[in-house]
Structures are given as structure tokens and as C-alpha cells.
Ligand binder design. Structure first.
Ligand code: S3P
Length: 431
């Protein structure tokens, strides 16, 4: 297990960072390109371990994929070109890989087994296998199809109208991908709109998808044309650099190429409410996704209350928001966020327990957490528990703690942010 010790920044963070590619978009680019008939090129691909798991799985299904750093070329032979894998499909730590793949495999006439690491083995799959079974998929796993390993023998599917109890883009995407292969129309309704990268990108591959506020609909039998995909920087990774610059006194950092999709930019709304000094420049489109360059300066922050439809728009940023809240004046309340319990770790427990160890005034709630600030963090030892975002959040605490912070399990950070410590050290002026 790797460990990293982070000492207090001696001066403000300064400089520029290129935010690595968006994880959600990188997965979809490889997956959809594998279903298209022809050659798709992808630029700005995230070389994180999760997205590499998607590439490995698609190769096992017979797709030819060349990866050169952030450039990827996928030669697809259409959905029917995928072949029965001769080994288990290992999705590693990646929930997006396993859940979206289930939607694809549900309609294909062969047998496959999907599994992941110890964290994936605990995460709920019935939210996807349930609607897929309603579509006639033959799919099973431990606990009647809720836990890995998952076995699928795909076949004829029928379109359904599905009311998902959770706002989850992984559920929505899996059902839409099965819907693409089903008889008739498939509609997914959600309690709040989740990230819409699937809907946007399927259109780039020539598929018609209808959307409104909280639903998406697809007609079965459509095929995908190859495309050229430009992946914007991941706002979920940018959130950690924004947090770092906001809490270290005297900082000014510019982040290039941050994705600002409106279904993902809840963090920007919260930062504005907290009083963060962030300016946007060069607002443009990268393919179908809005992006901009952001300049962030250290700011005096105030506590906020976050809940409702904002939660799905910032669910992955809550570990970073919790760190910010320790430095904000007043109380921050995060509610309606039960989904945190089924992420790479139970992020209510891991955020609260680890931040408490470093001196934060933080309390767990059944649907979120309450944090009081500002507080002078003491520092000490923390653990990522194999969760990339917990590892990064704890590392940021070291930048402002009285004593250094030693984070165990920092290898997990490569899941979404390879080069995180290099970039951070550069901004600190310590490399
Ligand atoms: C993702 C959707 C979200 C998010 C995850 C990536 C995606 O999960 O937390 O990191 O790429 O579709 P849910 O669909 O479980 O909300």
C-alpha cells in the first residue's frame, strides 16, 4: 500500500493545471465507439485505471482498441460484432464500467460474467439488473442479481417505461443501452435529472435520443456511426484543485479545460454560494460538452446548505466540499445524499471518520453530514480505504494542517486522477 505525507503549504499555490479528461465521458467514448461500425478517434481520454478497465473489457469482447496516452482509436464492428468473451470481464474499481456494460450485454446472444474488485463486490447492482430483467434479460448474481459476479446470457429485449427510484446516470445509461437493442421504445424517468453524457454522446454517434427535464427515451434498433470525440477536463477532478487553491492562503491558480456540463456543475453553484472567487474565461464547446478555463483565488468562505436536485449534480464532489466546509464560516449541511453510502466506499462514513481524525468538527447524518467551521485542522494519519476521492480530499487537508497529514492507500487516486500529486506539488512550488 502506498502512503503519501503532505506538509503545510509555505506559500500560496500558484500556476496553471491541465485538468485530466472526464472519467464519465471517457468511459462512454470507448464503450459507444465499440458499438459503432467503423473507426472512432478519441482525444483527451482519461488514462485513469477505471477507464483502462473499460478498454480492457471491450478488448475481451473482440474490439480493436489502440491507446496512446490520451489518444485512443477504436475500430468497432457494430453491436453484432461483439463476441463472447473467453474469460471473466474484470471491471476493477469501476461502477460505470460494470453497470453500463450490463446494459450492452443484456441484448447480445452470448454468455458473460462480470466482476470487479472488493469495493465493486459490495455495491448494489439490482438497480440495473432489476430494470434489465423487466426488459426480459437473463441476468443473475449473488443475492438474486444484486451483487457480483453477475452472469448475463443476453437475448431479445422489449422496451419498457422505467421509473428509477434513484437519480443515477449509470442506471439510466444501462437501461438506454439495453433500449437501443430492444423492441419498441424505452423510457427512463428519474426523481431528479442525473448527468446526461450518455444522451449527448449517443447523438454524436448518430442515435436519436429524446430528453426532457427528468426523462430520456430511445427507440430500439438504431445503429451507431463512428465519431470523433473530444473529452473535456473532469469537473470532479477540477473540484480538488479548486478546493486546494481556495483554502491555502494567498493562492491563485488557473485550471484549463474544465467541463461545465449543467448536469455536473452543482459544485460551481455551491462555490458561488460559499463566496468563492472564481472567474471563467474562454467558454466554448468540446464536442457536445461545454468547457471553460477557470481562475481561482483564495477566498473567505461561508457555510451552506446543500440538498434536493443539487445532489446528483455534485455527488462526486462532496468529499471536496466537506474539506472546504471545515474552513468556511458557519455550518454546512449536506442532506438528501444517501447515495454517498453506495459509492466506492460509504462516503458518509469515510469522509466523516477521516476528517474527524484530522481535527474537523463534523457529524454524520443518515442522509449526509454537518460540518462546522472554520477550524484549524490538526493533521495526523488518514486512510483512503481504496477510494480515490477520499484519498485526494484527505491529502488537501495536509496543505493547511498544523502537523503533516499522512494518507495511506494513495494508489487509489490513479483511478481518476493520475498525476494528482505531481500537479499539486508543482502548484506548491515544491517540485
Ligand atoms: C457516473 C455516475 C454517478 C457518479 C459516478 C459516475 C457515470 O454514479 O457518481 O462517479 O459515469 O455515469 P451513479 O449513476 O451511481 O449516480
Amino acid at each position: 500500500m502506498q502512503k503519501e505525507t503532505i506538509v503545510k503549504a509555505k506559500q500560496g499555490l500558484a500556476g496553471t493545471v491541465e485538468i485530466p479528461g472526464d472519467k464519465s465521458i471517457s468511459h462512454r467514448a470507448v464503450l459507444f465507439a465499440s458499438l459503432a461500425d467503423g473507426v472512432t478517434t478519441i482525444k483527451g481520454f482519461l488514462e485513469g485505471e477505471d477507464c483502462l478497465s473499460t478498454i480492457a473489457c471491450m478488448r475481451k469482447l473482440g474490439v480493436v482498441i489502440e491507446q496512446n496516452g490520451t489518444d485512443v482509436t477504436v475500430t468497432g464492428k457494430g453491436l453484432q460484432g461483439l463476441r463472447e468473451p473467453d474469460d471473466v470481464l474484470d471491471t476493477g474499481n469501476s461502477g460505470t464500467t460494470i453497470r453500463l456494460l450490463m446494459g450492452v450485454l443484456a441484448g447480445l446472444p452470448f454468455s458473460s460474467v462480470l466482476k470487479g474488485d472488493a469495493s465493486i463486490a459490495k455495491r448494489p447492482m439490482a438497480r440495473v439488473t432489476g430494470p434489465l430483467k423487466m426488459m426480459n434479460a437473463r441476468i443473475d448474481g449473488r443475492q438474486f442479481g444484486d451483487l457480483t459476479p453477475i452472469h448475463i446470457r443476453g437475448g431479445e429485449l422489449r422496451g419498457i417505461t422505467y421509473y428509477s427510484p434513484v437519480a443515477s446516470a449509470q442506471v439510466k445509461s444501462a437501461v438506454l443501452l439495453a433500449g437501443l437493442q430492444a423492441q419498441g421504445v424505452t423510457t427512463v424517468n428519474e426523481p431528479h435529472k442525473s448527468r446526461d453524457h450518455t444522451e449527448r454522446m449517443l447523438r454524436s454517434f448518430g442515435v436519436e435520443v429524446e430528453t426532457d427535464d427528468d426523462s430520456a427515451r430511445i427507440m430500439g434498433g438504431q445503429t451507431l456511426d463512428p465519431a470523433h470525440i473530444e473529452v473535456p477536463g473532469d469537473i470532479s477532478s477540477a473540484a480538488f484543485m479548486l478546493t486546494a487553491a481556495l483554502i491555502v492562503p494567498g493562492s491563485k491558480v488557473k485550471l484549463f479545460n474544465t467541463g461545465l456540463n449543467p448536469t455536473r456543475d452543482g459544485i460551481m453553484e455551491v462555490l458561488e454560494m460559499m463566496g468563492a472567487n472564481i472567474t471563467r474565461e474562454n467558454e466554448r464547446l468540446a464536442g457536445d460538452e461545454p468547457v471553460a478555463d477557470l481562475t481561482v483565488k483564495t477566498s473567505e468562505l461561508k457555510g451552506v446548505t446543500i440538498g434536493g436536485g443539487l445532489i446528483p449534480r455534485l455527488i462526486d464532489e462532496i468529499p471536496a466540499i466537506a474539506v472546504l466546509a471545515t474552513q468556511a464560516h458557519g455550518t454546512t449541511v449536506i442532506k438528501d445524499a444517501e447515495e454517498l453510502k453506495v459509492k466506492e466506499t460509504n462516503r458518509i462514513d469515510t469522509v466523516v471518520n477521516q476528517l474527524k481524525k484530522l481535527g474537523a468538527d463534523i457529524e454524520a447524518k443518515d442522509d449526509g453530514m454537518v460540518i462546522r467551521g472554520p477550524i484549524s485542522l490538526t493533521g495526523g494519519n488518514a486512510d483512503s480505504f481504496g477510494d480515490h476521492r477520499i484519498g485526494m480530499a484527505m491529502a488537501l487537508c495536509g496543505l493547511i494542517s498544523e502537523e503533516p497529514v499522512t494518507v495511506s492507500g494513495t494508489e487509489a487516486i490513479a483511478v481518476s486522477y493520475p498525476g494528482f500529486f505531481d500537479q499539486l506539488n508543482r502548484l506548491k512550488g515544491s517540485s
